[in-house]
Design a protein around this ligand. Structure first.
Ligand code: FE
Ligand code: FE
Ligand code: ZN
Length: 273
């Protein structure tokens, strides 16, 4: 059974997200832990969380850190702000244990990837604790600007430098990897073999399922609805049915409202073998 969902608004709490997911036949979903700009998170309503845990028992969800955070910034205030948000988010994640916390590794803003990687790993070494149940996911990036994490080698280098690396996984974004130059349309098997060789497929915990408005290897990050972009429907059929991927949670981050996601979920389920 295809485990698929989409990105949902968290503004009305966890039970509301579960109900939205059920309404569109989603079995997983993603949400922002707070406004994407990274402002203060709302207080968690324990009643809401506990009801949610019952409703969604046995299913994994993905929390997404604000994407404006830059943990490898050369500005100490910016890096420190990312740290404060991560620490607070990880604490809150333990209220919904055994789920995923996904973040964008950041941009090295001219310091070079090596320094950026060291800063990200240093931060992760400060915030990851041995007792946390949450697995922290590094998202594969498109490589726009000075983004870190657009190659499997860079992601592996971060993981290698993290002491409690059993708490680290990877979320593969189909739009981002295609823009970064991994040809998942014509060479899916060899891209996965490369991922396995460099990072290890056991690290792969979730897939962001997005088509792309931009050409292959463009290093641009513009999501498109499934089947309407440069990746195309056939590639998604291969991805959701691939023996090495089909067990993973798939999250749509396509430009859509709920009804559009409902249609994409229906379409992809009908194409899942
Ligand atoms: Fe993301
Ligand atoms: Fe993504
Ligand atoms: Zn993106």
């Amino acid at each position: 059974m295809l485990n698929i969902g989409c990105h949902l608004s968290s503004s009305k709490g966890f039970v509301a997200m579960a109900n939205n997911a059920f309404a569109i036949d989603a079995t997983t979903f993603q949400f922002f832990t707070r406004n994407p700009q990274g402002s203060k998170a709302k207080d968690i309503d324990l009643n809401d969380v506990n009801k949610f845990r019952e409703l969604f028992a046995g299913k994994k969800i993905v929390a997404h850190a604000p994407y404006t955070l830059n943990p490898c910034s050369d500005n100490p205030n910016t890096a420190e702000f990312a740290e404060l948000v991560f620490v607070d988010d990880l604490k809150r994640m333990e209220l919904i244990p055994d789920n995923y916390y996904n973040f964008h590794p950041g941009s090295h803003v001219g310091q070079g990837a090596k320094i950026g990687i060291e800063k990200i790993a240093k931060l992760l070494n400060k915030i990851i604790t041995p007792n946390q149940s949450t697995i922290v996911l590094l998202e594969t990036m498109s490589g726009k600007g000075s983004e870190v994490g657009s190659t499997f080698e860079e992601l592996q280098e971060i993981i290698k430098q993290v002491e409690l690396s059993e708490k680290i996984g990877v979320c593969l974004d189909t739009c981002h990897v295609y823009s970064a130059g991994y040809d998942i349309v014509n060479q899916l098997d060899s891209v996965l073999a490369e991922f396995d060789k460099i990072i290890g497929l056991d690290r792969l915990k979730a897939i962001h399922l997005n088509d792309s408005k931009m050409p292959f290897n463009s290093h641009k990050d513009r999501h498109e609805q499934i089947g309407k972009g440069t990746i195309g429907l056939d590639a998604f059929v291969n991805i959701i049915n691939h023996q090495k991927l089909k067990h993973l949670p798939f999250v749509l981050e396509t430009p859509n409202e709920l009804s559009g996601w409902q249609q994409e979920i229906k379409l992809l389920k009908s194409l899942s073998k």
